[in-house]
Design a protein around this ligand. Structure first.
Ligand code: GTQ
Length: 345
């Protein structure tokens, strides 16, 4: 039914005022705003954050604001559909670039939203989650799941920078976002689970009925991810993409956010189907360009860009070296809500 719905202006002034007084409003003039036909009408716009622009601003924040005054020294990367300052990159995903200088610590806290870090630059940074010390190396994905204590530290000599990805906007929308603070955590004196229990893909500890932790592996080393992508690319055709999964369950690594690692071969263009998820892409290595809803984004290593729901997306690598991206999306949330969808293009 493509019938034109009634407007507010059509209604008599006295009636509109009386409704206003009573705290009510007619649905029909607003109906299409909340229930558009055929597909959602996202406010989110494809946005591109160039690391060459962010880096000097972040280092300057390091001079201007001591970590004690910031708790987390972060530049928030805003969806340009909502405007700079918006605490979201898409409807559900928040991203920010965090700087920690040598010797600094970001104190322990825990909060209802989940976070993941993608390490952008620097050596010697670490995050402690629930007592487990997770080294932060370039390209690693490090999880701090909702409700888990975490603090950050830095034992190196150069600035450490990472991309924070949180499901914060969802929790703010739910009026469910809050944090608690505590002193730094005692650290367990052993390597993280990716180096012990889950060192080899396809193997996990025999537990004889005892159950694993809810988040058994919280660091996904990039070194292994890249090696797996390169090997896959040699032996198959089509998109080379790996899902990050919980090694105990095979499920997504966090409740709301899903992660994949992608390799775009030299000369290749990837054209994924349209999907109901919104996404953040972070470039680990290489360069290329993506078309997102007709917007061309020329990206290079350490850049970050976003795509709204149902966006037409092409990724092209015209260089002669492979390009590597990590993609974060809200698909796990949408699957839990029962509406995740893909459409042929
Ligand atoms: O490192 O714990 O970008 O709590 C925003 C909120 C980072 C963090 C952010 C946070 C953190």
């Amino acid at each position: 039914m493509a019938e034109q719905l009634g407007t507010l202006e059509e209604l008599p002034q006295d009636y509109r005022e009386a409704m206003d007084q009573a705290g009510v409003a007619p649905l029909w003039p607003m109906m299409r705003k909340v229930l558009p036909h055929g597909r959602p009408m996202p406010q989110t716009k494809a946005s591109h954050f160039q690391y060459t622009q962010l880096r000097p601003l972040l280092l300057r924040a390091g001079e201007l604001t001591p970590v004690e005054k910031a708790e987390r020294r972060v530049l928030v990367m805003s969806d340009q559909g909502r405007g700079t300052g918006a605490m979201q990159a898409t409807s559900t995903l928040y991203i920010g670039m965090q700087l920690l200088l040598p010797g600094e610590v970001a104190p322990a806290h825990k909060h209802t939203p989940s976070a993941a870090r993608i390490i952008v630059e620097g050596e010697g940074g670490y995050t402690v989650v629930d007592g487990e010390k997770l080294p932060m190396k370039r390209g690693d994905v490090v999880l701090t799941p909702g409700g888990e204590w975490h603090d950050h530290g830095h034992e190196g000599t150069q600035p450490v920078v990472w991309l924070d990805v949180l499901d914060l906007p969802l929790f703010v929308y739910l009026e469910g976002s809050y944090a608690e603070e505590a002193p730094l955590q005692a650290q367990r004196n052993r390597p993280d689970a990716s180096m012990v229990e889950y060192l080899a893909s396809g193997l996990k500890p025999s537990r004889r009925g005892a159950s694993a932790r809810k988040y058994p592996m919280m660091r996904f080393p990039w070194e292994r991810t890249e090696a797996a992508l390169r090997e896959m690319a040699k032996w198959g055709e089509g998109a080379v993409e790996l899902d990050y999964v919980n090694p105990e369950t095979g499920q997504d690594i966090l409740p709301v956010m899903g992660f994949t690692a992608m390799m775009v071969r030299p000369g290749e263009t990837l054209r994924p189907p349209l999907s109901s998820e919104s996404a953040v892409f972070h470039v680990i290595g290489g360069s290329g360009h993506s078309m997102v809803e007709g917007v061309r984004i020329d990206w290079t290593e350490r850049d970050t860009f976003t795509a709204p729901v149902f966006a037409q997306i092409d990724h092209t690598n015209t260089t002669d070296a492979p390009a590597f991206l990590i993609r974060v999306s809200d698909r796990p949330l949408q699957e839990k809500l029962g509406y995740y969808e893909e459409r042929a293009r």
